[in-house]
Design a protein. Structure first.
Length: 674
């Protein structure tokens, strides 16, 4: 054992005995030690040992809450939480009754960790310190303190009200935004390595009384335990309730041209059909078009059938299906309907472009969770698979000593299964998957160099090589081979090039196969990329990237789909087939001719989905900016003082000791420090 930090749990009701605990973090063992403080004081060392809290990982810091009601409306049942920093990666976990809780619905985060909002340094910021704050909360009271009067106030709250001032609608807290910056209850403060201090909801005393601060606007964001507190950017003069769901205005791009998608799913480009409707089943909700957008269009005189193309917007609000985290909702707040509608690709009734979407459907759906990491998405037709490229590509001839398939192979330094590569023969039974393709990106050697590598090459043959590379550079054609089968260390290819023969004028008798390509590049190692074929590569902008379920079979080394993994782990979208991962849903419609035959999309056609939201965390930026220079801070310690109900931050680099008020919790602190 290597004890490194402790927390004291002595929150006992006045006049009643209770077990007081000393909790000790251990940065070697995967437990939190627990000791009985009273037995320690009596000298009973052996008897003081309590059942440890099994965290599964070593920990470096602890914080324990006073007893809080299981829910605001439940004045009989109480519970406690112990928070800890994972010593292996700086994440924050929470335990209840000795068990680690699942607290996150964010697909980019572990479910048993609190999702820090690390916008300043995505993927890098870690927790350095913890402190439980409990302003205007009686830690020695009994459960009756949680009983609400007819106006939603507790006796403790009524006693704390300023004279002659309405508690919620006072001059300092006249909006939902101001009310969210006021901390009254029990909260967790986390000092983060990006120089911020973030607040996590545990029990909000204002919940019943003040969720409607700001008049008719209300507060669309439920308070959920163990989630970072949202600081709502809502104007007190606004007349419309803000959406709790990220919205988007999707667009398509072809080369340097970009085309917005209309509310009816269409675009103004004749090469792109647009977006069909998809059902927004829980836990997803409508992201485009929103009911408010359609209402604006209607006011401008848009035909009613276009306005009616999306339902009234019930699922635009926060979906009720927030999973296990809703069990910890502090007030039982709920959102929209989250109804499932529409049908899959087998539904002949599924509305397409320029048609009305069924209720609960939209052109784009997004995860209905305002705490989830905000990802932008792109879907590029026959785009490169992220990470599936190399500089040591070489052909292995059929019959070669290291050939394992008896067919043409391409070997490289990368592991293809780990990148999600699949071939025509790797598809699932009954699936729509088409195998990927290998695109040769190597530069053509000059004639003199090539003649040294291929002494028998003629000027006419070199001219053919130039035509191949010129067509590739212009975008008229690609030097690509279809993948038959994918293996972990090689790809089995079809020998014929995917370059259409009518795009090139080559010498009679020249075969468009690997022999031609090998001769053009002197039989040397080639740079290459693996692209999808007849499919869109869907990837996120930050953490999610290209998702897949491809693994290497341990016996055959062939790439295969791991059916035990979630089917939402997918990175390929096909036209006229709904695409859905854990975060976003859409369906790209195929462009068809007058005979209703689907036309091939232009390679590089890209659907771009960028999300915007008004939700930001309640977060203190403690860094100092002066004369164009930003001085970082390291909040290595946080301490709450119940006497002045102030949080104190210790920064070992620049500021020293910084007092942080809790009413209202600031976004920044003054440059002065103690």
């Amino acid at each position: 054992p290597e004890p490194v930090a402790f927390a004291i749990d002595d929150f006992c009701e006045t006049g009643k005995a209770c077990q007081r605990r000393l909790l000790i973090a251990d940065r070697v063992l995967p437990i939190i030690h627990a000791l009985d403080l009273d037995k320690l004081a009596e000298g009973d060392l052996a008897g003081s040992l309590l059942q440890p809290i099994v965290t599964g990982v070593p920990t470096s810091a602890l914080a324990v809450t006073p007893r809080v009601p299981v829910r605001v409306e439940d004045s009989k049942s109480e519970t406690q939480y112990v928070y800890a920093i994972d010593a292996t990666n700086g994440s924050v976990l929470v335990t209840q009754n000795g068990k680690v809780l699942s607290v996150s619905n964010d697909p980019t985060r572990p479910k048993n960790r609190i999702a820090l909002r690390t916008d300043y340094a995505p993927g890098l910021a870690t927790a350095l310190s913890l402190a439980v704050v409990h302003p205007v909360f009686d830690v020695t009271g009994n459960a009756s303190q949680y009983t609400l009067d007819s106006n939603g106030f507790t006796d403790k709250q009524l006693a704390a009200m300023p004279d002659n001032t309405q508690y919620c609608f006072d001059t300092a807290h006249t909006s939902a935004q101001a009310a969210r910056a006021r901390l009254r209850g029990v909260f967790l403060a986390i000092g983060v390595s990006d120089g911020t201090v973030q607040i996590v909801d545990v029990h909000d005393n204002d919940l019943k009384a003040c969720r409607g601060c700001g008049g008719p606007i209300g507060d669309p964001y439920p308070v959920i335990r163990h989630r970072t507190r949202i600081y709502s950017q809502v104007s007190s003069t606004a007349t419309e309730e803000p959406s709790a769901i990220p919205s988007t205005s999707p667009l398509f791009s072809v080369g340097s041209d970009a085309f917005d998608v209309g509310y009816d799913g269409t675009t103004t480009d004749p090469r792109i059909e647009g977006l069909s409707c998809v059902p927004c089943a829980a836990p997803q909700a409508v992201a485009f078009p929103l009911a408010s957008q359609l209402a604006t269009v209607a006011d401008a005189g848009t035909p009613s059938e276009v306005v009616a193309s999306v339902d009234s917007g019930a699922s635009e609000t926060l979906d009720a299906g927030l999973g296990t985290a809703m069990a910890a909702t502090d007030a039982g707040s709920s959102g929209g309907s989250g109804t499932t509608a529409g049908g899959g690709s087998s539904d002949p009734d599924r509305p397409g472009v320029n048609a009305r979407c069924k209720d609960g459907a939209a052109r784009v759906c997004v995860l209905g969770d305002p705490w989830a990491t905000l990802e932008n998405w792109s879907a590029e037709f026959e785009g490169p698979i992220p990470g599936a490229f190399g500089g040591h590509g070489r052909f292995i001839e059929p019959g070669g000593s290291d050939n394992v398939s008896g067919s043409l192979e391409l070997a490289s330094e990368i592991t293809f299964c780990g990148k999600g590569v699949l071939g025509d023969e790797d598809q699932l039974a009954g699936g729509v998957h088409v195998g990927d393709q290998v695109v040769i990106t190597a530069a053509l050697p000059d004639l003199a160099a090539l003649k040294k590598l291929e002494p028998g090459i003629s000027d006419a043959q070199y001219a053919e090589c130039q035509k191949l590379v010129t067509a590739r550079k212009s975008g008229d054609a690609t030097l690509a081979f279809a993948v038959r089968r994918a293996m972990d260390d090689r790809l089995v290819l079809r020998d014929a090039l995917l370059v259409p023969s009518h795009d090139l004028t080559l010498n009679p008798g020249t075969a468009l196969d690997h022999t031609l390509v090998s001769r053009c590049f002197g039989g040397q190692l080639m740079t290459f990329e693996v692209h999808t074929r007849n499919a869109y590569v869907v990837s996120g902008s930050d953490r999610l990237q290209f998702q897949h379920r491809v693994v290497a079979d341990p016996a055959t080394k062939r790439c295969r789909i791991d059916t035990k993994q979630s089917p939402t782990l997918q990175g390929r979208a096909y036209e006229d087939v709904p695409f859905k991962n854990a975060y976003v849903s859409f369906e790209i419609a195929s462009h068809r001719n007058e005979k209703n035959v689907a036309l091939r999309a232009q390679p590089g056609t890209n659907l771009i989905i960028r999300f915007g939201t008004t939700t930001i965390p309640l977060r203190l930026d403690a860094t100092i900016g002066a004369y164009g220079t930003n001085f970082g801070v390291a909040p290595v310690d946080l301490r709450y003082n119940d006497v002045d109900q102030t949080l104190y931050m210790v920064d070992m680099t620049t500021r020293g000791l910084v007092p942080i008020p809790l009413d209202a919790f600031p976004k920044q602190v003054a440059t002065s420090y103690q």
